[in-house]
Write a protein that binds this ligand. Structure first.
Ligand code: FES
Length: 401
């Protein structure tokens, strides 16, 4: 990766108030929300297709008490900026069953509302290109004119389910525009036609690139003419799709985005077919562990001088501080750090997004889940602080590197 790409995909997260400029209904239970980004903040909100933003607001919880909620949503449009230097961020918000934020947003959010929006993050981006970063580099330098990008031609395949289409549509648009020889196969799974998000946009993209984009809608609860396109994607159907529907012999990059089970099935299947993991990018909706609520910021841990503690030292924005964490509490480094610095960055708190990444400088930790860091990052000592628990008396991490 070039330094520029590293900066774009790993910029330190910070929140700003952004105003909603448009809310557009996509399906009965999904909306697209556009935030205007003023010129003075545009540099902090440039992004690569496939990245996400965290949104933060305060909503009443079940007891009616004000409760801070953070949710991450993928950006669904290719980067754009306007003549006056301003830009915009578009995300799609699908109503989750019982989801406090997504239910509220689908019912209440309107143009003119203001939310805290975190600067874009995430590593679900294409690395295809001469130096492994050519496409991203070009995108970052030609945000308004993706047609002019000199990205390497490539064959790409994406398998998305439900709102997993959100980052994928931004990636597909950009890669198809970047090189006239690029092909993109998209397998998009939904329950029924009425659940398909961006139906029109996908049809328009197909019209624009009739021979280069192959679109395979798979519906689990609706009969389609081709039996292959009907039913849930299980191992058998996936093998059949890969053998008969996907055109490319040599796929340069795979993009997988959906619930844990589907992404895991695809990863295992591709690995068994000999696809190298470095050609596979994936993004999960959740870790499949709803017992870990998103936005669980700093649950109370009572420190008591008689208890054994771990000493956690951390550097954030150039300031170094430390916090004692009782050994019996088995709290995460993020949790402990939030008690003394509420601005420690996090979004999903579930090992998925990578926002809480820091480098382990001294000491040892165990990490529960990791769906965000790649092997080279682990080799360099990076950890997800929301998933890391000290195993040595003293631990030092650095959020700034
Ligand atoms: S906050 Fe998302 S991985 Fe830690």
């Amino acid at each position: 990766m070039t330094t520029e790409t590293q900066t774009a995909s790993r910029r330190r997260a910070s929140f700003h108030n952004l105003t909603v400029s448009e809310v557009r209904r996509l399906t009965d239970d999904a909306i697209e929300v556009t935030f205007g980004v003023p010129a003075e903040l545009a540099g902090q909100y440039d992004y690569l297709p496939g990245q996400y933003v965290a949104l933060r607001t305060t909503l009443p919880d079940e007891q009616g008490e004000p409760h801070e909620v953070r949710r991450s949503y993928s950006i669904c449009a290719e980067p754009r900026s306007f003549e006056d230097g301003s830009s915009e961020i578009r995300v799609a918000i699908k109503k989750d069953l019982g989801g406090l934020f997504s239910t509220w947003a689908n019912a209440e959010l309107k143009a003119g509302d203001v939310l805290d929006v975190m600067s874009p993050q995430g590593a679900f981006i294409s690395r295809h290109g001469k130096d492994g970063a050519a496409v991203q580099h070009n995108v970052m330098n030609s945000m308004n004119h993706p047609e002019e990008l000199a990205g390497e031609p490539g064959n790409f395949v994406a398998i998305a389910a439900g709102s997993g289409i959100t980052p994928v549509i931004a990636i597909a648009r950009t890669l198809l525009a970047a090189n006239p020889e690029t092909t993109f196969d998209l397998v998009y799974a939904n329950k029924a036609a009425m659940d398909v998000m961006f139906l029109e946009e996908l049809a328009d993209l197909k019209d624009k690139y009739p021979s280069r984009l192959a679109l395979h809608h798979v519906l689990s609860r609706e009969q389609r003419i081709a039996p292959l396109m009907t039913g849930r994607i299980d191992s058998e159907k996936l093998q059949a799709l890969l053998s008969s529907a996907i055109r490319a012999e040599d796929v340069d990059e795979w993009f997988l985005c959906g619930p844990f089970e589907l992404v895991q099935l695809c990863r295992d299947t591709l690995a068994a077919r000999g696809v190298e993991p470095e050609h596979v990018r994936f993004e999960l909706f959740t870790t499949g562990r709803p017992d870990r609520p998103e936005g669980n910021a700093g649950r109370p841990v009572v420190e008591d001088e008689s208890q054994d503690t771990y000493k956690i030292t951390f550097t954030l924005d150039g300031l170094t501080g430390d916090v004692a964490s009782p050994t019996h509490a088995r709290e995460s480094i993020l949790n402990a750090a939030l008690r003394v610095r509420p601005d420690v960055p996090f979004a999903c708190a579930g090992g998925v997004c990578g926002t809480c990444r820091a480098k382990l400088i001294t000491g040892t930790v165990t990490m529960d889940e990791n769906y965000a860091l790649e092997q080279d990052e682990l080799d360099k000592g990076y950890v997800l602080t929301c998933q890391s628990h000290p195993t040595s008396e003293e631990v030092t991490v650095d959020f700034d590197v």
